[in-house]
Design a protein around this ligand. Structure first.
Ligand SMILES: [Zn+2]
Length: 75
């Protein structure tokens, strides 16, 4: 019976490894605008999640997709 073990049980070389696709660059870079030597942030960071988590959202409010923090812009 043990002869069945050797052959077709596992495909060699396909050990669950996914091929690396070229991921599209993170969209976060769009939120930076470089002017001269200084980098200007277009988006605010979430005060709860800290730097790296941007607030997104509508016209007069900012919203963190991670912790649901919402900040309203005063006009
Ligand atoms: Zn957050």
């Amino acid at each position: 019976m043990s002869e069945r073990e050797g052959g077709t049980k596992m495909k060699a070389g396909e050990g669950g490894k996914k091929p690396h696709k070229n991921k599209p660059t993170s969209e976060k870079y769009k939120l930076y605008k470089v002017s001269g030597d200084s980098v200007k942030r277009e988006a605010k960071f979430c005060p709860r999640c800290g730097p790296g988590v941007f607030l997104g959202g509508g016209l007069n409010r900012l919203h963190c997709g991670k912790c649901k923090y919402t900040e309203f812009n005063k006009k």
